[in-house]
Design a protein around this ligand. Sequence first.
Ligand code: FAD
Ligand code: UDP
Length: 389
Amino acid sequence: MELNFDALVVGAGYAGAVCARELAERGGKRVLVLERRDHIGGNAYDRLDEAGVLIHQYGPHIFHTNDEAVFRYLCRFTRWRDYQHRVVADLPAPDGGRMQMPVPFNLTSLRKAFGPEEGKRLGEKLIAAYGAEKKVTILELRQNQDPELAKVADYVYEHVFVHYTMKQWGQTPDQIDPNTTARVPVFLSEDDRYFQDEYQGMPLKGYTPLFEAMLDHPNITVQLGEDAIPHLGLDGDVLTVDGVPFQGPVVYTGAADELFGRRFGPLPYRTLDFRFETLDQTWFQSRGAVNYTVDQPYTRITEFKHMTGQELEGRTTIVKEFSRAYTGAPEETPYYAIINGENNALYARYRALAERFPNLHLLGRLAEYKYYNMDAIVARALELAGQLI
Ligand code: FAD
Ligand code: UDP
């Protein structure tokens, strides 16, 4: 491995790529980026599949933020396609057929669930209790003592949350971190978009070109297919790279337990199996994502062309997501940290090991054991890089 660099970045996802760019450009450092996969972009990586459809290999990614600084920063590396994400729940209807309603559950969903008149009346009652255009988490709504509103809460819990959450987490909404279901609150509005953020969209040419642009700097060297862990020495008092003490910043964006040989035991994660299907039809479903909130073994179906805007006649690719416990097997990816008191305490032990090395920085969704969206990790990476420069 090349050793003439000033900073080492492990991982070429958002955390690693933003840090590398900042250290190289603003910090004037020669940065080596090691990426274990054979591509850049981390979980935001996209590519053309065998049928020529632009897919997101690790699940659908929709960019959305209220953070203007993050948005402006990314605008340096990409132009955008306007895309407002809209999702419906698909579930069995009382008549034996199927029905669809907007998710997040909103005033339209309420009328679909309870009929136009009753739904309207219940909507007015909810607005009187919480306010128009307000977002109320399902756990909050379930606290409501009013029998009619409790009936609404039970409906939403049963038809939107409990089965989907069991599929995704293997636990009920009451058992998981409340911030997780709070991502998809009941919305007392006619607005049927999944996000209300000021800036939302898709990189015009895809995520991978965005990463190519970000990493395209004379001070940055990227080595793909290279696992950093065998190169890092963390047993002594100083961090070593290939046995040589290294004083420059090391930004590590992989899993914290893996970095230390899982010596305190594995950090629990959920992994996903993605089943892609290319179909000989122009469209499969009405929108980018349909959530199966009551039945089916998968959580949702994504049809990429709705999101990317790619025009292609007679062909489309969809993906079904199946969630299960991560076992640590090499072919699995840890996608979701299972955030709770016990797991956070285990994470803190790994973090304390890392803190013994002042030049080692854990950054990102894996390394920090957090549920970061893309914009949040860009913001964190800019913050850390600012401290390191
Ligand atoms: P990652 O993207 O995971 O990058 C870490 C990189 O480090 C990986 O490429 C990995 O291979 C590499 N690495 C790990 N260990 C090593 C090692 N030892 N040596 C070398 N390289 C290593 N966010 C949104 O804002 N909107 C969305 O719609 C959205 N949808 C998502 C859907 C799914 C299914 C998932 C799982 C996440 C989604 N996210 C979304 C979150 C988004 O993926 C993350 O915010 C983002 O990828 C975090 O970037 P990161 O750099 O921290 O991690
Ligand atoms: N959720 C649900 N039903 C839905 C959508 C979401 O129960 O139709 C719950 C589920 O627990 C999920 C969480 O809300 O894990 C967060 O959903 P989000 O869409 O934000 O998850 P992401 O796929 O972005 O990680």
